[in-house]
Ligand binder design. Structure first.
Ligand SMILES: [Zn+2]
Length: 485
C-alpha cells in the first residue's frame, strides 16, 4: 500500500442460476479520492467461467472492459482506455460484474478496490518539447510513448506559435498528464506559456513594449510565462527582462554554456531579492543521441496527480530539475517548509537558526553545493560507490558526440566560473565518506541563518575525461521571510 491508499476486498459468489445477468458489488466512497484501482479474479473449477467487469459511479456507468482486462483504474485526469477520467465524487459506487458463463457449481469472484487519496508526491515531467504540429518529428503518440518510456508522469507539448497539438492530445492517457502549452516564438526571443496557451493572442512581438503588452495580457488571462533559453547563442531573449513573466528556463536540453549563463544570471536576480522560478525542459524535436525527453526532468511537488495540481505547484516554485529522470535528486526542507516555500518569520526562534535538511538520491561522485544570496555556503562531496555503473550519458560526454562536444568547447571558451565541480566547492566543504552513501542516498544537515534571503541546492558531476562538470540537479529556493524593518 502506498501513502494515502486504502484497500477494500469484496467477495461475490455467482450461482449458475445467475448466468447472463448483471450484478453489482457496491461500495461507499467518502472523503477526497483521486483514483480508484479495481482488480478481480474468479475460480475456474472444471467448466469454463467468464465474468465481465465494469464500474458505476453515483452518476452512472464509468466504463466496461468486459472480459478483456483483469484490472483497470479511473482517475481525475487519467484512466485505463475504456474508462472515463473525471473528478471522483462521493456516494454509492459499484463494481459491475457480468455473469457471462458460469459453471454448474458457480464461481467465487474476489474484487479488490484500492482508493487513493490526494497526498504529497514528486511528479516528473518535461516542460518543453515539439511535435509535428510545429518543427518536431514526433507525432503526439510517439512523443507520449517516448516520455512514458523515460519514466515521466507529465509532459507539455510546446509547439511554436500553435495550439493544435493541445487539441490533438485531449484524449486522456493512461499514464501521462498533459499540461497545455505553447512556445511563443518570435525573431527576438521565445517564451513558453503554460496552463492557458490560448491566452497567446499574437506571437509577432518585435519590441520590448510589444512583449510587455502581450506577456501582460497572457498572464492576466491565467497563462504562466517562462522565458526560454534566454542566453541561447542562436535564439536568445532580446526583449529585455523588465517584463511581466513568472519563470526563467535556466536549463534547456543537455547541460551547456547557455544554461551555465542562465543559472549565473538567475542567482544574481535571487541575490538582489527577486523571486523568480527556475524551470527546465528538453526542447526535444526529434530522436537524438543527446537531446531526449526528460533531459532535464522537472520534478514537481504536488498534492494531487492532476495537470492542475502540477501547474499550481509550478506556480509556487515547487520544482527541482535533474539531468535525467533517474539522475541525482536533491530535496531541501526545513521543518514543514520545502523548495518553493517561504519560511515565515514566526517559525524562526531567537537564535536565528534555520535547520536545513538536504536529502540526496542517486548521487555518485556528485558535488553538492548549498547556495544563498551570499553565494556558496557549504559543499559536500558524495562519493560514488564502486558497484554503481556509469550512466550512458557520462560515456557520451567523454566519447565525443557532436552536441556535447561542441557545447563543452563553447563552455571552455566562455571561461565559465565553475569549470569542474570540485572548483565550484567552497572552503567549508564537508566530505561524506562513500560508506555513508552506498546507494547514492544520504541525508545532510546544515545550520542556516535567518539573515539570508533564501537557500537552494546544486549538484554537479565531473565528466569522465573532460575538464567540464555537468549539472546533475538544481533546486528552486526555499525562501526566508524578510524581517520587517
Ligand atoms: Zn525555443
Amino acid at each position: 500500500m502506498e501513502k494515502g491508499q486504502r484497500r477494500l476486498t469484496m467477495h461475490r459468489r455467482i450461482g449458475k442460476d445467475e448466468e447472463r445477468s448483471y450484478l453489482e458489488v457496491p461500495f461507499h466512497l467518502e472523503g477526497r479520492v483521486e483514483r480508484i484501482d479495481v482488480s478481480y479474479r474468479y475460480e475456474q473449477s472444471g467448466a469454463e467461467a467468464v465474468v465481465d467487469i465494469g464500474l458505476c459511479s453515483p452518476d452512472g456507468i464509468v466504463g466496461w472492459s468486459g472480459g478483456a482486462r483483469a484490472s483497470f483504474f479511473v482517475g481525475t485526469e487519467l484512466a485505463t482506455p475504456g474508462y472515463l477520467a473525471r473528478p471522483i465524487i462521493e456516494g454509492e459506487w459499484a463494481v459491475l460484474l457480468g455473469a457471462y458463463k458460469i459453471p454448474a457449481d458457480g464461481t467465487m469472484v474476489t474484487v479488490d478496490v484500492v482508493l487513493t487519496e490526494p497526498h504529497e508526491r514528486w511528479m516528473k515531467g518535461d516542460l518543453h518539447m515539439h511535435s509535428v504540429h510545429s518543427d518536431g518529428r514526433y507525432t503526439i503518440e510517439s512523443a507520449k510513448a517516448s516520455c512514458a518510456a523515460r519514466g515521466l508522469d507529465f509532459m507539455a507539448l510546446t509547439d511554436h506559435n500553435t495550439l493544435s497539438q493541445n487539441q490533438s492530445a485531449l484524449v486522456p492517457d493512461e499514464r501521462l498528464l498533459l499540461l497545455p502549452g505553447v512556445e511563443l516564438t518570435s525573431y527576438f526571443g521565445h517564451a513558453n506559456v503554460y496552463g492557458a496557451p490560448e491566452a497567446l493572442r499574437d506571437f509577432r512581438v518585435t519590441t520590448p513594449e510589444g512583449a510587455k503588452a502581450e506577456l501582460g495580457d497572457i498572464r492576466a488571462k491565467g497563462g504562466f510565462v517562462s522565458l526560454n533559453h534566454p542566453f541561447c547563442p542562436s535564439c536568445p531573449w532580446e526583449l529585455g527582462f523588465d517584463l511581466p513573466y513568472d519563470a526563467i528556463e535556466v536549463w534547456n536540453g543537455p547541460w551547456r554554456a547557455l544554461n551555465e549563463h542562465a543559472v549565473a544570471w538567475w542567482q544574481e536576480q535571487l541575490a538582489a531579492g527577486r523571486r523568480l522560478i527556475a524551470l527546465g525542459g528538453s526542447d526535444t524535436h526529434a530522436e537524438d543521441r543527446f537531446v531526449k525527453h526528460g533531459r532535464p526532468t522537472a520534478a514537481v511537488r504536488t498534492d494531487t496527480g492532476t495537470a492542475q495540481g502540477v501547474l499550481d505547484s509550478i506556480r509556487r516554485g515547487r520544482v527541482v530539475l535533474s539531468f535525467d529522470p533517474d539522475e541525482t535528486f536533491l530535496n531541501l526542507t526545513s521543518g514543514a517548509y520545502g523548495v518553493g516555500d517561504q519560511m515565515p518569520r514566526a517559525e524562526i526562534d531567537g537564535t536565528g537558526a534555520i535547520p536545513l535538511v538536504i536529502d540526496v538520491e542517486g548521487a555518485r561522485g556528485d558535488h553538492v553545493t548549498l547556495w544563498s544570496d551570499r553565494g556558496i555556503e557549504a559543499a559536500w562531496h558524495i562519493a560514488a560507490s564502486a558497484e554503481v555503473p556509469a550512466k550512458a550519458w557520462e560515456a557520451d560526454v567523454s566519447d565525443g558526440g557532436w552536441v556535447v562536444q561542441r557545447e563543452i568547447a563553447a563552455l571552455r571558451e566562455l571561461g565559465a566560473p565553475a569549470m569542474t565541480a570540485a572548483a565550484a566547492m567552497g572552503t567549508s566543504a564537508v566530505h561524506v565518506p562513500a560508506a555513508e552513501a552506498p546507494d547514492g542516498r544520504v541525508r545532510l544537515r546544515f545550520e542556516g541563518k535567518a539573515d539570508r534571503l533564501f537557500y537552494r541546492l546544486e549538484a554537479r558531476r565531473d565528466g569522465a575525461s573532460t575538464a567540464q562538470s555537468v549539472m546533475t540537479c538544481l533546486t528552486n529556493p526555499l525562501y526566508i521571510e524578510r524581517e520587517v524593518e
